[in-house]
Design a protein around this ligand. Structure first.
Ligand SMILES: [Zn+2]
Length: 249
């Protein structure tokens, strides 16, 4: 894609994010890797639903602004951390979708083993500890997780997702918020019924055939533990997370 197409794509993803109420007012930020040294990102204090291609900023991997009339997003350090850690990543989306963020503020880990799509497209989604937004420490809070997943819940804040293309990065947030909305609805109706080990293994085999990496596949996790948070459970204490609404029987 040319830079001008990537500028259009960021504006389009901004419109979708705003229409789905993933970012109120001027919240949220989006970026795309232009080449080995430059990243295109949204400006600070602008509504993502009404961006023009000329509003975007270009920064280097140290966060210095190279081009753009408006000032770069205050969360650029988070985006740059992801591009530095993951050479395969082209697009990053950060926002505060209401259903995922409800899990983020209650310290409820994203439950597993309930629907096929989240297992295949998201896998186990970790929660990074709360850190003051906009700081280098905040950008560093994702370090324990960034290699093993493409979507991270940010405690008491929101979510960040990233992928080999910007639209794919955005899809992960959309899938996660849709899943969390279903989870919240399910609580009003009754008790969720979890997949068993055989059903989980079946889904992971399908995921492998479709070419999606999942740490649970390579770790040779026993079938009956696949839905029991095998990858990130050990990080829960540091992130102040524990299951309550979706505590497994
Ligand atoms: Zn934020």
């Amino acid at each position: 894609m040319t830079e001008s197409q990537l500028r259009e794509e960021i504006c389009e993803i901004g419109r979708r994010m705003y229409q789905r109420q993933f970012c109120a007012a001027n919240e949220g930020n989006i970026s795309v890797r232009l080449d080995e040294e430059r990243v295109l990102c949204t400006p600070t204090l602008r509504c993502k639903g009404f961006l023009n291609p000329a509003d975007l900023c270009v920064v280097d991997l140290a966060g210095n602004q190279l081009a753009g009339e408006l000032q770069k997003t205050s969360e650029i350090l988070l985006h740059l951390q992801i591009y530095r850690q993951r050479q395969d990543i082209i697009g990053v989306v950060h926002c505060h979708p209401p259903h995922v963020t409800a899990f983020a503020i209650t310290g409820e880990p994203i439950p597993m083993g309930l629907l096929p799509e989240p297992e295949v497209f998201l896998g186990e989604v970790p929660t990074a500890p709360y850190v003051l937004p906009g700081t280098q420490a905040f950008a560093d809070s994702i370090l324990p997780f960034v290699q093993k997943t493409n979507a991270i819940v940010l405690a008491n804040h929101g979510v960040v997702s990233y992928a080999s293309g910007l639209e794919r990065a955005y899809w992960l947030t959309e899938i996660l918020d849709s899943y969390c909305r279903i989870l919240i609805n399910s609580r009003a109706l009754g008790v969720p019924k979890y997949f068993d080990g055989t059903q989980m293994r079946e889904l992971l085999d399908l995921k492998e055939r479709w070419g999606f990496a999942d740490p649970r596949t390579t770790s040779k996790c026993p079938d009956d533990q696949l839905g029991n948070y095998p990858t990130f459970r050990s990080d829960w204490a540091a992130s102040n997370v524990s299951p309550n609404a979706f505590k497994k029987p």
